[in-house]
Write a protein that binds this ligand. Structure first.
Ligand SMILES: *Cc1c(COP(=O)(O)O)cnc(C)c1O
Length: 408
């Protein structure tokens, strides 16, 4: 007996075998291509979430599928106990792509999920603090921002300010100081001789695409330089073309010391993440101090390399800029018409607040679903739009027409 019926269609008698840590919209997907997905009943939807930016190049991008298929015929897993012939090419390509956005000649440390990349950056920063900066043993602190989202591990939720993400999961990892997002003076005030890093999202995606003031990142960069503190940019959602630049920090001409990448690095096919940055920092992770069974596996490197090749053309970034301008001007029209309270964002990435008196973000997403658009609420009355960067302009317009209809 198969049980493909979604929870919402259940009579209540049928028990799901799935742990209840998600409350998905009532749709069961079975096929996708580009910006379009189809459900088991054959209905088509425009995907305006794009796997939280894990699908920046759309579903089943031909070049990425081809890279994966070819690799399936060769070797898929080696473990880092041995080398393989795509590990160095992937690292070289990613380092070359990221070099203009970072200090010095970067190194690449491949992992799998975003949370693992953040954990890796935390470990590297702490070890650099002890080995190089001379912080007293066990005293390292890292400054983070409220409203952050960096993943779901116990250490990462230790510095979350989201009660749902955090409550019930203690005891927590010490050594983090939370300051208001967008306030550089608060970062300066939180730093002392124990501080090894400031870890921030360039733009807070999960918080509702919150863009900080223009002077924030340059000011934090200067503060980190003064205090000999590493600036770590979590570019897992903001990076790889989404904002119209290859990395969001390039919007402000700021070069972090380390950045974490994930989501779109796996091309929507496999989980691929990495920490990229200063060699004198990543070199503290000597053999035996850190690792991953799957990190940098041949299939991941094949797909990651193909992703880097797509970005090296500059086309996805250019599309994000052009289509992004169009997106934000159409959202401004909806705001002008009183249909949405406000919107914000950069590139092909928008947070939209609806009037809470009208509906919640979840209700809007349910209406969008009925109109053939997939989107996801964040907090309260906020939804986020992050379509594939490969979306056709006509399809983007269709999704925005349907958004307008869903608000009436
Ligand atoms: C999604 C995300 C993560 C966590 O990535 P996972 O692959 O889900 O572990 C970390 N940081 C940011 C900014 C993210 O958007």
């Amino acid at each position: 007996m198969t049980t493909t019926v979604s929870r919402d269609q259940e009579s209540g008698a049928r028990r799901s075998s799935l742990a209840p840590n998600y409350a998905p919209l009532p749709v069961t997907l079975t096929w996708a291509s580009g910006a379009w997905v189809r459900d088991v009943e054959g209905r088509a939807y425009l995907d305006m979430l794009a796997g939280y930016s894990a699908l920046n190049f759309g579903h089943r991008h031909p070049a990425l599928l081809e890279a994966a298929r070819a690799q399936l015929e060769r070797i898929t897993l080696s473990s880092r106990a041995f080398g393989h012939d795509l590990l160095e090419p992937f690292a070289d390509a990613l380092a070359t792509l990221a070099a203009p956005a970072l200090r010095g000649t970067p190194l690449v440390l491949p992992m799998n999920t975003g949370a693992e990349a953040v954990e890796t950056a935390v470990k590297a920063a702490r070890k650099w603090g002890y080995d190089v900066k001379g912080v007293a043993p066990e005293q390292a602190t890292i400054v983070v921002a409220d409203g952050n989202f960096h993943g779901r591990t116990t250490t990462i939720v230790s510095f979350s300010t989201d009660h749902e993400a955090r409550d019930g999961f203690g005891p927590f990892t010490p050594g983090f100081r939370v300051v208001p997002y967008g306030d550089a003076d608060a970062v300066r005030a939180a730093i002392d001789e124990t501080t090894v890093a400031v870890l921030l999202e360039p733009i807070q995606g999960e918080q509702g695409v919150v863009v900080p003031p223009a002077g924030y990142w340059p000011a934090v960069r200067a503060i980190c330089d003064e205090a000999d503190v590493l600036l770590v940019a979590d570019e897992i959602q903001s990076g790889l073309g989404r904002t119209g630049t290859t990395f969001a920090c390039q919007l402000w001409d700021v070069q972090p010391d380390l950045m974490t990448l994930g989501k779109a690095l796996g091309g929507g096919i496999v989980p691929v993440s990495a920490v990229v940055g200063r060699s004198d920092v990543l070199e503290v992770l000597t053999p035996g101090t850190h690792g991953s069974t799957f990190g940098g596996n041949p299939l991941a490197c094949a797909v990651g390399l193909a992703v880097v090749e797509l970005l090296a053309t500059g086309d996805p970034q250019a599309r994000a800029r052009t289509l992004g301008e169009h997106l934000h001007s159409r959202l401004a029209t909806l705001t002008g018409a009183g249909l949405i309270a406000r919107s914000r964002g950069v590139g092909l990435w928008a947070g939209i607040d609806v009037d809470p008196a009208l509906m919640t973000g979840r209700e809007l997403c349910e209406r969008l679903l009925a109109h053939g658009v997939l989107a996801k609420d964040t907090h309260g009355s906020t939804i986020r739009l992050a379509p594939p960067l490969t979306i056709d302009r006509q399809d983007l317009d269709l999704a925005l027409d349907r958004l307008g209809q869903s608000l009436c």
